[in-house]
Design a protein around this ligand. Structure first.
Ligand code: NAD
Length: 422
């Protein structure tokens, strides 16, 4: 029986790419559920996730066997209405799960977010074992983490199998979330300004790679768990960096890998530090920490399967935070200034605090916040070995090529916009 796909949020950036990828590989039964219609090549169900009847009808009428849930209110709405994230992302996801179970849908692939585990401290090559922190950056990220928990909890109940993919910083042609902000810095003549020392690595993911991970997750969602020995013996090669080579620091957030030989006091304290959420004083690491027999032994769930699991999805090419932006500005045709105004992060935090106070006094949402300062000053990159070895995920489009494609698309859009004005 061919699969019937319902892409919730299929009019959006990622959702539309998923629809196109399904059509391109020959899938015939593809439908979209969204609050807006932007394309007319597949069956469209107009509706709001806040409306249970509309969600249920779309799932029933599409006869979906696999749901991709990519919908979210734009994170840029954060300044206007924070409740909307809870209503759409948390309650909306709950509605999807209930309707999917009621209609016997076997597969739900949820687009979660790497932001779920970010609480404004460094994330250095962290893997899926890192627990969700109590606090997230903002209401958007909080709602994503809450929705993910619902999705994972629903796995294996009432015939539904679920998986949560956590992409980091999706970019590519068609992006209307991150790119406008990146471009506005050029327009505001602010490319000279750098907050922090640019020593922190940051993960981005080309949209086509994120789509690939989604299709792999859907295709393998009902597969039986993988055999430990096979996975552990099959080491994929390192990802080729298209952006130059650099030494990456080691994470404080990962427990030790296989303990070979003597259990030294150093290793023991590192293990307990991780278990108790402290930072170990000294570190011993191996490259494939999360998928070693020793690591698997202490996992609460068996991670070598798709159902019920989370997967970080990135390009595997973390870049220094400001380097990515400069590369994008350059590709857009901007000449980056050679002299820079570097605002130390400590001073940035003071400015952020003042901006938040004044805005509160004036009853406005602050444009500049401490959260933003942390965001551009902390490491935020992820270990994707689980996705590579369990899903078979490999990023196809490198960062450099991704930036080229994105900038070319943006320039074309500008030409179109200019022509429509004249
Ligand atoms: P997008 O804004 O382009 O698309 C979201 C779609 O959801 C839109 O078409 C919108 O109309 C629809 N939608 C919003 N509210 C709805 C509602 N109440 N009912 C029905 N549809 C609704 O977003 P995107 O960038 O394509 O993001 C896709 C997914 O990836 C989201 O879940 C997002 O949280 C996640 N994600 C995005 C990024 C990123 O950098 N863009 C990073 C990590 C995770």
């Amino acid at each position: 029986m061919p699969e019937s796909y319902l892409v919730i949020g299929g009019s959006g950036f990622l959702g539309r790419y998923i629809v196109e990828a399904l059509l391109a590989r020959g899938d015939k039964n593809v439908a979209v559920f969204d609050v807006v219609q932007r394309h007319f090549d597949v069956t469209f169900y107009n509706g709001d996730l806040a409306n249970e009847v509309e969600v249920g009808n779309a799932i029933r009428k599409s006869a979906a066997t696999c749901i991709f849930h990519t919908a979210t209110p734009s994170p840029t709405a954060i300044n206007q209405n924070q409740d909307i994230f809870y209503k759409v992302n948390v309650l909306g996801t709950r509605t999807i799960i209930a309707a999917a179970a009621a209609h016997g849908v076997p597969k739900l692939v949820y687009t979660s977010s790497a932001g779920n585990v970010y609480n404004m401290t460094d994330l250095i090559g962290v893997d899926e074992r890192l627990p969700i922190p109590e606090q997230q950056l903002d209401a958007y990220n909080k709602s994503k983490a809450q929705a993910e928990a619902l999705v994972l909890e629903a796995n294996g109940k009432e015939g539904l199998h679920t998986v949560a993919l956590r992409p980091a910083g999706i970019f590519g042609p068609g992006d209307r979330t991150a790119l406008p902000g990146i471009v506005s810095v050029i327009k505001n003549n602010q490319t000279r300004i750098q907050i922090g020392n640019n020593n922190n690595l940051f993960d981005w993911t080309y949209v086509g790679n994120v789509v690939k991970a989604h299709l792999l997750a859907a295709d393998k969602l009902l597969d039986p768990p993988l055999d430990t020995t096979t996975v552990l013996q099959n080491y994929p090669p390192s990802i080729t960096l298209t952006t130059g080579k650099y030494t990456v620091p080691t994470s404080f957030s990962r427990p030790p890998g296989p303990i070979v030989g003597e259990l030294t006091p150093e290793l023991e304290q590192a293990y307990w530090a991780f278990k108790e959420g402290r930072q170990p004083k000294t570190l011993t690491r191996s490259k494939f920490d999360p998928l070693t027999p020793e690591a698997l032994d202490i996992e609460p769930t068996y991670p070598l399967q798709v159902a019920g699991q989370t997967f970080f999805i990135t390009n595997g090419e973390p870049m220094y935070f400001w380097d990515f932006l400069r590369a994008m500005w350059k590709a857009l045709g901007h000449e980056n200034p050679t002299s820079r105004i570097v605002i130390p992060s400590s001073f940035g935090l003071i400015l952020g605090t003042m901006s938040e106070w004044f805005s509160r006094l004036l009853g406005r949402e602050p444009g500049f916040t401490r959260g933003r300062v942390y965001y551009c000053n902390t490491h935020r990159w992820f270990n994707i070995e689980k996705a590579r070895r369990v899903l078979g995920y490999e990023p196809d489009v490198g960062i450099e090529e991704g930036i080229k494609r994105t900038a070319a698309w943006w320039k074309e859009e500008q030409v179109k916009a200019d022509n429509s004005v004249h």
